[in-house]
Write a protein that binds this ligand. Structure first.
Ligand SMILES: [Zn+2]
Length: 191
């Protein structure tokens, strides 16, 4: 497995700054944003908000192959009182060097450079996704090592998709804490 690490700038925004910037984009209803903020403030685990388009891009990428495929997730990590309260996933960036086998995944360095080159102001690589076709959505020992080695920020997400069974699993941070499905919100707030 070949991964290239990212520059270590802190992309964390405050919940208030995130709220203002999402409202300023004007594509989201204020009531939807308020609901997301309330849920982000309430839970123990970070809330994951994934935009519909990011979800579609990832699902299309992994659904098109019986082999294990994956990519990176870009978005905005959001903090409240020093803890990660929300991770807003805005884009999925499919890997292209998927010389993958059914049970192992190799993402080349190009997906990292493409991701870095495409980041918008305030955006960061917030995690990775990959598929487990037909074997269930879980983190293998290799996945745990990958997460700990390359996605070790408190906001770093690991998303596993089994496109055959229609299962999803989310993990966060270097210790691969499970994110309950109730803490994953698909679609834009208010959409
Ligand atoms: Zn895996």
């Amino acid at each position: 497995m070949r991964w290239t690490d990212l520059p270590s700038t802190s992309p964390l925004r405050t919940l208030e700054a995130w709220r203002e910037s999402v409202l300023a984009q004007g594509r989201v209803e204020p009531a939807g944003v308020a609901a997301i903020v309330a849920r982000a403030q309430a839970g123990d685990a970070p809330l994951v908000l994934i935009d519909a388009q990011a979800m579609e891009v990832a699902a299309h990428h992994v659904g098109a192959s019986a082999l294990e495929r994956g990519g990176l997730l870009a978005g905005t990590p959001v903090s409240l009182d020093g803890a990660v309260a929300l991770v807003h996933v805005t884009r999925a960036i499919p890997g292209t060097e998927d010389d993958a086998t059914p049970l192992s995944l190799r993402l080349g360095a190009t997906v990292w450079s493409r991701a870095n080159a495409s980041l918008l102001p305030g955006e960061a690589v917030v995690g990775w996704f990959h598929s487990h076709p037909g074997i269930g959505a879980f983190f293998s020992d290799t996945d745990r090592r990958t997460q700990a080695d390359f996605f070790a920020q408190a906001f770093s997400l690991g998303w596993v998709i089994d496109p055959v069974r229609g299962e999803h699993a989310w993990f966060v941070g270097a210790r691969c804490e499970s994110v309950p499905v109730q803490r994953v919100v698909a679609g834009r707030p208010g959409a």
